[in-house]
Design a protein around this ligand. Structure first.
Ligand SMILES: [Zn+2]
Ligand SMILES: [Zn+2]
Length: 374
């Protein structure tokens, strides 16, 4: 994604933490920050192979290792250019914009290329996701300044699912971000505000699903791959934690599998077809209700092979199939009980055929062991 730095227009100075000018190689050009253009930018690059600053061929700093605040697998080696400017900045722990102080470790909203926040209440997005529409999210790793008009933040970005090369996946929640190791140096004047994000460890069943912005998945900027998430259910897919999305745990102690509400509904519709001696009109490979693409954004192997074959034969792409109108619909409701901590699950199946239009309550069955879940 294209990231752009914005012109600095004055930043309140915080005291330096290790306040000395970084040791620049003797032949480095002296930088007069008063003469440096306000739209000057630093570039993060892969460390060059030559580590000796005295024999530096390009104006690039030595490589350094950055451990990730998110996950060990997201650590990176980095260098920055131009080195003479970078080495003639001071390091700070904090910086101040419009009387608000930010510091290393903060997660911040950053103006994107348009630099404006447009919040559209009719967008259908959650209020948090709506705010993110026009902004980036960045974790501050380091604060550096040449003078009060040239303050820079070295950051790791958190990705919105929309910004991934493979795009938003069916399991991504509306408040979901991904931790990444895309490093950038941005102008401190691009900061809008501080936000909080929670790490959701899906393997910890005792942790509640975060109500605010969260990340559970990693995007590796070097390999362009996203990490594998915990999968559930007979469809073997991750869980989308948006409000209204149900994940049920089978009560059978020998099973204890987690099941998607959508998959239980789909199964109930199939059972209704069978009970009425009717043929279920959709092939399993065609109804990707909760399933979709694999973690790398490539289609599942079955589809991939089909695509390969088509490419060789140079066949025109098939038009998308019109949605099949089903004779039954199903809705799973999960409600807190009035009397205890338990939830009550009710599965409604409606016969949509002409002259019928009746809704029945069906038992909620585990899709693995067929145990009835209350
Ligand atoms: Zn499922
Ligand atoms: Zn079960």
């Amino acid at each position: 994604m294209a990231r752009k730095s914005f012109a600095s227009k004055g930043v309140g100075k915080a005291p330096p933490i290790d306040g000395h000018l970084a040791a620049a190689p003797p032949e480095a050009t002296h930088v007069d920050w008063e003469k440096v253009a306000p739209d000057f930018t630093f570039q993060i690059i892969s460390p060059p192979p030559n580590p000796n600053p005295k024999k530096r061929k390009r104006n690039v700093t030595d490589g350094q290792h950055q451990s990730s605040p998110f996950s060990e697998t997201l650590s990176t080696d980095w260098a920055v250019e131009p080195a003479d400017h970078w080495e003639q900045t001071q390091r700070y722990r904090k910086f101040t914009i419009s009387k608000e102080t930010f510091e290393v470790g903060n997660v911040l909203l950053i103006k994107n290329d348009e630099g404006t926040i447009t919040s559209d209440p009719d967008s259908g997005l959650s209020p948090l996701a709506n705010v993110l529409k026009n902004q980036w999210v960045a974790h501050v790793l380091e604060v550096r300044a040449g003078d009060e008009h040239h303050v820079y933040l070295r950051v790791y970005y958190l990705y919105r699912p929309e910004d991934l090369p493979m795009g938003r996946q069916p399991y991504h929640g509306t408040n979901e971000l991904l931790a990444s190791n895309e490093m950038c140096v941005i102008d401190a004047m691009t900061v809008n505000q501080r936000i909080s994000t929670t790490h959701w460890d899906e393997n910890d069943d005792s942790q509640d699903i975060p109500a605010d912005l969260f990340w559970r998945q990693e995007y590796n900027f070097d390999t362009k791959k996203i990490s594998k998430l915990r999968t559930h259910c007979i469809c073997d897919q991750p869980y989308n934690p948006d409000p209204g999305r149900i994940l049920l745990n089978c009560a059978n102690n020998d099973c204890k599998k987690w099941l998607h509400g959508e998959c239980i509904e789909k199964d109930a519709i199939k059972r209704a077809y069978k009970a009425n001696d009717l043929k279920y009109p959709i092939q399993d490979s065609d109804d990707g209700s909760v399933t979709g693409t694999s973690v790398n954004g490539t289609p599942k192997s079955k589809t991939k092979n089909k695509w390969k074959k088509m490419k060789v034969a140079d066949a025109p792409p098939k038009p998308p199939k019109p949605p099949v109108k089903l004779d039954f619909s199903a809705m799973l409701k999960s409600e807190a009980s009035d009397t205890d901590d338990e939830t009550i699950n009710t599965l409604f199946v409606t016969d949509l055929r002409k002259g019928k239009r009746e809704t029945k309550v069906m038992p909620v069955e585990c899709l693995f062991c067929r145990h009835v879940i209350d």
